[in-house]
Design a binder for this molecule. Sequence first.
Ligand code: CO8
Length: 260
Amino acid sequence: MAFENLLLERDGAIAVVTINRPKVLNALNTQTLDELRRVVLELGHDAGVHVVILTGAGEKAFVAGADINELAVQTPTSGREHALTGQHVLDLIENLGKPVIAAINGYALGGGCELAMACTLRLAADTAKLGQPEINLGIMPGYAGSQRMSRLVGKGKAMELILTGAPIGAAEAERIGLVNRVVPAAELMTAARALAADLAKNAPIAMRYIITAVNKGLEMPFAEGCVFEATLFGLVASTDDMREGTTAFLEKRKPAFKGK
Ligand code: CO8
């Protein structure tokens, strides 16, 4: 599949997707969003891919937001459609059923921060800056940032970040739970690939159900979430990988999972 604004690299069970518009700090225009949608669907259907890494081209930015050239000329109708499209693409990422690691190599602002929040895990370079600066443009988050931010960092910090528009550094982002881990910029991709390689050894069906249980469970009352978890647990107990994992433990060897 050919992409104009994305690079796609496969390395065994790991796929690396790089948003590649460095001249505009990898801003998400309509075409890039559509390419993201297509690549996510493709990787979701590819049984050989177990983990995805998402990053930005160049050393300055992960994604500096939605493309402001397009925002500047939007109408109420096109703005709503654009927001819904972005939300849909980010939903696909969040619910891909395979871990998606955001390797945040610089600015993750506005739609870029929203994109990172839709990923399963976030590693940030120590030089990264994250924030929701939409308020400075007289607008507000539109790719579900107002919803995911409060779920990740709590209501108080979400209000502060979105209302002030002030970006925060990687260390502060780690402190409040906006990113999982900060690493030196030069080591970001090595760390992301190492984490991806660790995850890629896991049983794919178990990972899929864990992601589903956490994502869907957050939208359910606790008791219903527990019943949902038990049902997925029952399903995972039917897999060859469950037998392999438990047998390997008892035989004191490493398991070899097959995704069945
Ligand atoms: N869109 C378009 N172009 C951009 C963007 C962007 N988001 N960000 C940077 N660029 C361009 C600049 O215009 C500049 O282009 P040129 O070289 O032609 O002048 C180039 O990238 C380099 O940027 P700077 O010269 O500004 O680089 P600096 O190092 O001086 O500054 C910053 C870096 C601080 C990241 C600065 O570029 C900046 O503030 N960018 C905008 C950040 C922002 O406001 N992002 C939020 C956008 S709104 C959004 O994401 C809403 C999402 C939800 C939409 C819902 C649907 C409607």
